[in-house]
Ligand binder design. Sequence first.
Ligand code: 17E
Ligand code: FE2
Length: 411
Amino acid sequence: MKIINATLRKTPGLHTVMCEGEHISAITLQSAHVPPQAGDIDAQGQLLIAPFVEPHIHLDAALTAGQPEWNLSGTLFEGIERWAQRKETITHEDTKQRAHTTLRMLAEHGIQHVRTHVDVTDPTLAALRAMIEVREETRHLINLQIVAFPQEDIESYAGGRELMTLAVELGADVVGGIPHFENTREQGVSSIKFLMDLAERTGCLVDVHCDETDDPHSRFLEVLAEEARVRGMGSRVTASHTTAMGSYDNAYCSKLFRLLKASGINFVSCPTESIHLQGRFDTFPKRRGVTRVAELDRAGMNVCFGQDSIKDPWYPLGNGNILRVLDAGLHICHMMGFEDLARSLDLVTDNSARTLDLGERYGIAVGRPANMLVLDAESDYEAVRRQAKARVSIRGGKVLMTRVPERVEFS
Ligand code: 17E
Ligand code: FE2
């Protein structure tokens, strides 16, 4: 396979990218636009990028909004209650079917790597067992990482530690946590020590729902970062949400940032989700309830954007389009300066791939898997402004999907 007339991010000129089998075999700079020959994919000067990444979604809960009741307060806590009701009725087939439908939506939007949290506070682990099958059944579309996520806590839930351990034995890739939701601060701290031990022992990655609250006293991030630093595990550890950081005062944050940087951990922000769920206990002025994305980024830390939900008890909208989240996130996080816009796709591609620890399994470079998108835009700026879609999605050196651009005709 050969892709011609491609614009690569951060590299001037038009390029030809050759694939052999499932890998990229050559990348050459063209001296001019070249005419297509039979079988070539002509990027027509538009961006050829590594696939979009979804670093944070809850596939087990997707498409269950309103079942059996809607979240009327819009809080995280009512979401957890509504989900506990729906969880009683989940089945293996129901979970698989909703996960397959949702993954297809993600693939349609050019996503080829997904990290999903799956609730393991269920004595039967029904959703986890289903998702492990889905991970195999969807390999042609995407690579799926499964997080053992203790939605109703590790320490405050009966058998929580055993369920986490069993989930990893059954094949979870990543260890999760939710320290801010444990009954006490001490349980939050001990849940982090437990989950870091589990990950270190088993070689799993770590992704913790951490301080997803507007409570400025929720300070589990420092505990997670220090555990990661001391164990030398930073690049394998992610703190998701960290919305309390939007409420920390600057004096504390300036000390915290020193530790965060030394730890080398990754950050995921879900800006559409957080702008919806947080700020719910404020009147006016009302907090944005989102972590310090621009500040983390400017301090040289790795931060990316995720969707979190599609039509679930926490969030009623969503459609798989990560550029919608990028658009909203850039607004919410005050990242609309030209320099931010001009590299905005980092937040949904390279930074997310680093969070997922994909290493050489990701990126447009010789020897790496031939997974790529031709986007309907010539720059990051235009891609986010126009909510550009993937025209072609290439996976393993073959065309996975093509999109016929919509045509508008005035009469
Ligand atoms: N569970 C949770 O604790 N937080 C969220 N944002 C979602 C599920 C979607
Ligand atoms: Fe989440």
